[in-house]
Design a protein around this ligand. Structure first.
Ligand code: COA
Length: 233
């Protein structure tokens, strides 16, 4: 429930997470962000296969178009935690062209000039709904919004804000990963805080009657579970 989310600012990482833009000033910038996005996602699937539904092997087979539509999805917001790069700025194709961005894209600069060590996405808002068979208690089970015909499903595109206005909306948080060398510095907390803030802002703008954030996590992932529970998620 919106009012129950608790902000938690403990932690030592100095840089706040950065929201990934979903449009880019140049094709080169998009390509470089896509490269970094794939790299950190694949790193997560490979390092902690037990924590994710997607597998490393299957994800390696995904086309760039699939990755691109995931990255630029209008239904999701992705936040990245960065660390100052130890090396000169580079990309997969050689040096980054700094002429291609300016002061109007500070977040893009930050994303291109630093190493990515953490990531999380929040998807929504989606209109709360419950399966036909559910009892009245479904109101306290907002995750059922994402279950259609027994399967986890997301809408293909964002819903019209006018349709959502004043209603009960739901978000799903997913893909939380922090690189092993950057763990224990409060980065996951910062990333979750960023998603809560974004959802809170949107829910207020939509005058939502209620808003919930749900997560999809492995029951055995006690570290992540404790973390989410400490936020009231
Ligand atoms: C779970 C994960 C995201 C935590 O990232 P992190 O940046 O290290 O987390 P934080 O530093 O923000 O710490 C969050 C909490 O994790 C726990 N934690 C942190 N470092 C820990 C360590 N070395 N040992 C055990 N628990 C630890 C603590 O409960 C901490 O809360 P606290 O502030 O009350 O101590 C990271 O371990 C990870 O990427 N794991 C693999 C992927 C995964 O499980 N994702 C979740 C999918 S649902």
């Amino acid at each position: 429930m919106l009012g129950a989310w608790k902000k938690n600012n403990r932690g030592r990482a100095s840089t706040e997470p950065t929201l990934l833009p979903n449009s880019f000033p140049s094709a080169e910038n998009l390509q470089e962000i896509l490269h970094r996005y794939k790299e950190i996602r694949l790193n997560g699937f490979q390092t902690n296969p037990e924590a994710f539904v997607s597998s490393y092997e299957e994800s390696l087979k995904k086309s760039d178009d699939t990755w691109r539509s995931q990255l630029q999805s209008q239904l999701s917001k992705t936040f990245v935690s960065v660390i100052q790069s130890q090396e000169a700025p580079k990309n997969s194709h050689g040096p980054i062209s700094f002429e291609s961005f300016d002061d109007t894209h500070p977040s893009l600069q930050k994303l291109l000039q630093n190493d990515w060590v953490g990531i999380v996405s929040i998807t929504g808002p989606i209109l709360f709904s419950k399966p036909n068979t559910a009892a009245k208690t479904s109101l306290s089970k907002p995750w059922e919004t994402f279950i259609k015909d027994g399967k986890y499903q997301l809408p293909a595109r964002p819903l019209d804000p006018n349709y959502l206005r004043g209603k009960y909306i739901v978000y799903v948080l997913g893909g939380l990963f922090v690189s092993p060398q950057a763990r224990g510095q409060g980065r996951a907390r910062q990333l979750i805080n960023a998603t809560i803030e974004a959802a809170y802002k949107e829910a207020r703008a939509l005058a939502s009657s209620k808003a919930s954030i749900v997560i999809q996590a492995e029951a055995g992932n006690t570290r992540a579970r404790r973390l989410y529970e400490s936020f009231g998620i």
